[in-house]
Design a protein around this ligand. Structure first.
Ligand code: DC
Length: 230
């Protein structure tokens, strides 16, 4: 697709399939994929494990000094996986205990500044697809292509339930629904960088779309930005 490299942002509601699309799009373009939510989840895991009192600014600042986030490429999953102080936490950060607290922690100013700084560094070379909540609005407001994903709440809950049920058959659909709704509410109502569509983002409602259709839609948009003839 030529030498031009762009920044692509994918924001949207919880459990919309942002990371699935972002991963596939990055792979089709041979771009780097970064899951910004994984950073907030890894920070949350650290706070929980170390009993950090996140209602206190000082405790948060001190804790962030001890956190180092990195990515390592996993040959078998063909993905960059997140490392928290050298430990691969890509899978534990998906647990419900982390999901229950992550929105609260992601709303803290110092936590956001810490994560955004790292996200911007990763985008320096372009050739990146990053997904999250504020990537097109705050992290890369001048990104070349911005996609905003949405889907019916019932569809999103069903998708997340299937994913979590595979790991924990005791989980109920109500628990998942409550968590998705709570995260949507906190993410879109917080004071700093709330989830919202960037004015120049393209909306992708995937309630009734297959994964292939979504990928085609995103590749077409990227090719237009890259000047590739249809
Ligand atoms: O995408 P995810 O569900 O893994 O994100 C986990 C939480 O992190 C989500 O509830 C909101 C927060 N988040 C955020 O505030 N900003 C981002 N750029 C990405 C995620």
């Amino acid at each position: 697709m030529g030498n031009k490299k762009i920044i692509i942002t994918i924001d949207g509601w919880s459990s919309c399939g942002k990371s699935t699309l972002a991963k596939e799009l990055a792979s089709a373009l041979t771009y780097l994929y970064i899951d910004s939510g994984a950073m907030y989840r890894a920070i949350t895991l650290y706070f929980l494990r170390n009993h950090v009192n996140w209602s206190k600014d000082k405790a948060v600042k001190e804790a962030l000094k001890d956190i180092e986030l990195d990515y390592a490429f996993n040959e078998s999953s063909q993905q960059n996986e997140i490392l928290l102080n050298g430990e691969n936490v890509e899978y534990v950060i998906r647990d419900m205990v982390v999901a229950e607290k992550v929105s609260e922690i992601a709303a803290i100013k110092e936590v956001r500044e810490f994560a955004v700084e790292q996200q911007r560094k990763l985008g320096k070379k372009k050739g990146i697809v990053m997904d999250g909540r504020d990537i097109g609005t705050v992290v890369f407001p001048r990104a070349d292509l911005k996609i905003f994903m949405t889907a019916d709440i019932a569809v999103r809950v069903e998708r997340r339930f299937k994913e979590l049920y595979a790991k924990n058959p005791n989980i109920t659909i109500e628990e998942v629904k409550n968590n998705v709704e709570m995260r949507d509410y906190i993410d879109s109502h917080r004071e700093i960088s709330p989830l919202k569509k960037a004015a120049d983002a393209v909306v992708l409602d995937n309630s009734n779309m297959t994964k292939d259709e979504q990928l085609r839609f995103a590749i077409d948009l990227a090719q237009k930005k890259l000047g590739v003839p249809a």
